[in-house]
Design a protein around this ligand. Structure first.
Ligand code: PEP
Ligand code: MG
Length: 625
C-alpha cells in the first residue's frame, strides 16, 4: 500500500479551497413540466468532486457498484441482444408485482390510519404506473443490453439525483421514496437471485450509505479496490478494516450513495479524503500520475522491511501488527511486523452467521501461532458490541451501544461464550508465544472477574489432562479513562498494558468515533488524551510491565516522535503502516524524541500539538504531509 501523505498533490486540489470542494453542479438544469417529466429528463453528467474523511490511503480509479442498506448489489451485467425482450417482460412483471403490493399496502394502511397516511403511497404508485418510467427503463435495457436490475438501479438513481437537485422541498424530499421504490422493484426482480449478484467478476469500488464491519470483512478482496460511504469516522471499525486490507477508502461523504449510479467511473483518493464522480480526462491523467508516484514511494519504503526499528542512538523499538484474521499474518510479517500486538478475535463472529465453536476459535489461534513461528501473539478476547454488533445485537439494539453491554461486559454476561474462547486460547498457548488480553476494562473488579474465569478454565483443562501455558502473560487494554486513571493499581494485577487510543479518545472527549458529524472533534492529539497516555506509560514503567499502543495512533507517522519521546517501546498497527513508522524511528534519536514530547506536553490545544508535530516530522521526512 502506498504511504498516506504526499506533498505533490494534483494542481486542482492545491488551488482549491474550502471543505466541500465541489464543482458547482453535477447535473445540468432542465426544464420542468410534471413530476414524471422531471424524473425522466436525461441529465447530462458532469464531473463532481466530493470531500469526506480519508480513512485508508491510496488512489483507485474504477467502476462503481452501489450497495444499499440491504446489500442489494447491482453490478453492471450485460445480456445478449436476443434476450432484450424477455428481460423487458421480466421488468414489466416486477413492476406489476410491485404495484399490486403497494396498492394492498396503501389500502390496509388507509383502513387502519385513514386516507391521509395511506395517501403517502400515492406518489410511489403514480411513479411506478407511469408509462414514461417503463419507457426509460426499457430504453436502458434495449440500448445498452443490460439486466433489468441494472437498468432499475441506474435509472432510479438518476431520478433520485434529479429530485435531489430541486429547490422545491416537496420534490427534494421524494428522494427517499424513490429509493424505496427502487428497492421494492429490485426485490421483486431479484427474488432468490441475490446470491448470484454477490459474485463479482471484475474490479470495482463499493459505494454505500454505510458498511458494517462484518459487511466489510466479507468483501471480495480480489475485486473490491476501494470504498466510499456516506457515514463513518476515522476509527470506525469499517475504516480500520479498509486500512488493514490495504484498500483506499473515504467515509463521511453525505449523500454520495444516492447520487452515484452503478457503472459510473469513480476516483477514490484515500489520502486526501476525496471522491470524484465521472472524472474528466485531466483528472484521470493527474490521478494516474499521482497513483504512480505513490506506488514508487511505497516501493522505496519497502526496502526498510528487514532493518530493525532502531533509533539512530541505538534504542530498539518493537513494531508489531494488528490483525482481524490469521490470513493477514504473512503480509504483516513481510512488511516487518515483529509479532501481533492485537488480534481482534471478534471478527470470527462477525464474518460468520454462526457463533464460533471452541474448535473454530482453536483452529484460528493455532494457525496464527503456527504462522508466527514463536513471535508474540496477543489474542484479545471478544470485543463485540458498539459498532461491532452481532445479529442478536441488531435484533435488540441498545440506545447507546458504545456505553452499553459491549466487550468484556458482554463476555462477563455470557460466561459459556467467554469460556469457549478462553479454552481455545489456552489450548493454543503451547504452540507459540501466545498472550491474552482483556478489552474495555473499566474497573478492577471486572479484571478480577475475568481472571477468575480464566483460572476456572485452566483448572478444567488441568482436570481433562489438556496442556496449556500456565504462566501465560495476561494484559488489558487501557481504553477507558477510568482504567487510565487507575493504571498504577491495575498494573499490579497484569503483565502488560496495551493502550487503545481509538476508544480512549472517544471516551475522554465524549466524541463518537463513528460519527462523521463530530469527526472534527475526534482528535487523539487533545492534551487530555495525551496526558492519559503519558501517565499510563509511566505507570507501566514504575511497575515494570510492558506497555504498547495498539490504537490507530501507533500507525500514524504524525505521532511517532511523540510516542517514542513518551518512552513507548511497543507500537502495534495495521501492517501497511509499518514501513513509514519504522522510517521515522530509524531517522531520529531518543534524545530528540524526548525533546519533542516535552514540548508537546506543554501545549494546551490539539491544534498546537498537531502543527508542531507536523513541522518536526517534516524535518525528518520532507515529503510527509
Ligand atoms: C482501540 O480502541 O484503540 C482499539 C485498538 O480497539 P478497537 O479499535 O478494536 O476498539
Ligand atoms: Mg477499542
Amino acid at each position: 500500500m502506498p504511504p498516506r501523505r504526499f506533498s505533490n498533490w494534483p494542481s486542482w486540489w492545491r488551488t482549491s479551497s474550502g471543505k466541500n470542494n465541489q464543482s458547482p453542479a453535477r447535473w445540468c438544469p432542465f426544464e420542468t413540466r410534471s413530476i414524471i417529466d422531471l424524473a425522466t429528463a436525461g441529465p447530462i453528467k458532469i464531473m463532481e468532486i466530493r470531500k469526506g474523511i480519508g480513512v485508508s490511503p491510496g488512489i483507485v480509479i474504477s467502476t462503481a457498484v452501489v450497495l444499499d442498506a440491504e446489500d442489494l448489489l447491482i453490478p453492471r451485467r450485460t445480456i445478449p441482444a436476443a434476450e432484450v425482450s424477455s428481460e423487458t417482460r421480466r421488468l414489466q412483471k416486477a413492476i406489476s408485482a410491485s404495484v399490486a403490493d403497494l396498492a394492498t399496502l396503501r389500502d390496509s394502511i388507509t383502513t387502519k390510519h385513514g386516507k391521509q397516511i395511506g395517501g403517502i403511497f400515492d406518489f410511489h404508485l403514480s411513479l411506478l404506473k407511469d408509462r414514461a418510467l417503463l419507457k426509460a427503463l426499457s430504453h436502458q435495457i434495449s440500448e445498452t443490453c443490460v439486466t433489468a436490475e441494472y437498468a432499475v438501479s441506474t435509472v432510479m438513481r438518476r431520478y433520485a439525483a434529479n429530485f435531489h437537485q430541486m429547490s422545491d422541498r416537496y420534490f427534494s424530499e421524494r428522494v427517499k421514496d424513490i429509493h424505496d421504490i427502487e428497492r421494492r422493484v429490485l426485490r421483486a426482480l431479484i427474488g432468490r437471485k441475490i446470491e448470484d449478484l454477490l459474485h463479482l467478476d471484475r474490479d470495482v469500488v463499493i459505494i454505500a450509505r454505510d458498511r458494517r464491519p462484518s459487511q466489510t470483512a466479507s468483501l471480495d478482496r480480489t475485486h473490491v479496490k476501494g470504498f466510499a460511504t456516506d457515514v463513518g469516522g476515522r476509527t470506525s471499525h469499517t475504516a480500520i478494516l479498509a486500512r488493514a486490507m490495504g484498500i483506499p477508502a473515504v467515509v463521511g461523504l453525505g449523500n454520495l450513495a444516492a447520487e452515484v449510479s452503478g457503472g459510473d467511473t469513480i476516483i477514490i483518493d484515500g489520502n486526501r479524503g476525496v471522491v470524484i464522480i465521472d472524472p474528466d480526462e485531466n483528472q484521470l491523467a493527474e490521478h494516474r500520475e499521482f497513483e504512480r508516484q505513490l506506488v514508487r514511494l511505497g516501493e522505496d519504503l519497502a526496502g526498510l522491511r528487514d532493518l530493525p526499528a532502531q533509533t539512530r542512538d541505538g534504542h530498539l523499538i518493537s513494531v508489531q501488527a494488528n490483525i482481524e484474521f490469521s490470513e493477514e499474518i504473512p503480509d504483516a510479517t513481510n512488511r516487518g511486523a515483529q509479532g501481533i500486538g492485537l488480534y481482534r478475535t471478534e471478527f470470527l463472529h462477525l464474518a460468520s452467521d454462526q457463533e464460533p465453536t471452541e474448535e473454530d476459535h482453536y483452529k484460528a489461534y493455532a494457525e496464527a501461532a503456527r504462522l508466527l513461528q514463536g513471535k508474540p501473539l496477543v489474542i484479545r478476547t471478544l470485543d463485540l458490541g458498539a459498532d461491532k454488533y452481532t445479529r442478536a445485537g441488531m435484533a435488540n439494539p441498545e440506545r447507546n451501544p458504545f456505553l452499553g453491554d459491549r466487550s468484556i461486559r458482554m463476555c462477563l454476561h455470557d460466561i459459556p461464550m467467554f469460556k469457549r474462547q478462553l479454552r481455545a486460547i489456552m489450548r493454543a498457548s503451547i504452540l507459540g508465544d501466545v498472550r491474552i488480553m482483556f478489552p474495555m476494562i473499566s474497573t478492577a473488579i471486572e479484571l478480577r472477574q475475568a481472571k477468575m474465569i480464566l483460572n476456572d478454565v485452566m483448572e478444567e483443562l488441568e482436570d481433562e489432562g489438556i496442556a496449556y501455558r500456565k504462566e501465560i502473560p495476561i494484559g488489558i487494554m487501557i481504553e477507558v479513562p477510568s482504567a487510565a486513571l487507575m493504571a498504577n493499581t491495575l498494573a499490579k494485577e497484569v503483565n502488560f498494558f496495551s493502550i487503545g487510543t481509538n476508544d480512549l479518545t472517544q471516551y475522554t472527549l465524549a466524541v463518537d468515533r463513528t460519527n462523521e458529524r463530530v469527526a472534527g472533534l475526534y482528535c487523539p492529539a487533545h492534551p487530555a488524551v495525551l496526558q492519559l497516555i503519558r501517565d499510563v506509560i509511566r505507570a507501566g514503567k514504575r511497575n515494570q510491565i510492558g506497555v504498547s499502543v495498539c490504537g490507530e495512533m501507533a500507525g500514524e507517522p504524525l505521532y511517532t516522535l511523540l510516542l517514542l519521546g513518551l518512552d513507548l517501546k511497543v507500537f502495534s498497527m495495521n501492517g501497511p503502516d509499518i514501513p513509514e513508522v519504522k522510517k521515522i524511528i530509524r531517522s531520529t534519536t531518543m534524545e530528540h524524541a524526548r525533546q519533542v514530547a516535552r514540548r508537546v506536553m506543554s501545549f494546551d490545544s490539539e491544534r498546537q500539538v498537531m502543527h508542531f508535530l507536523r513541522e518536526e516530522t517534516r524535518k525528518i521526512i520532507p515529503e510527509a504531509f
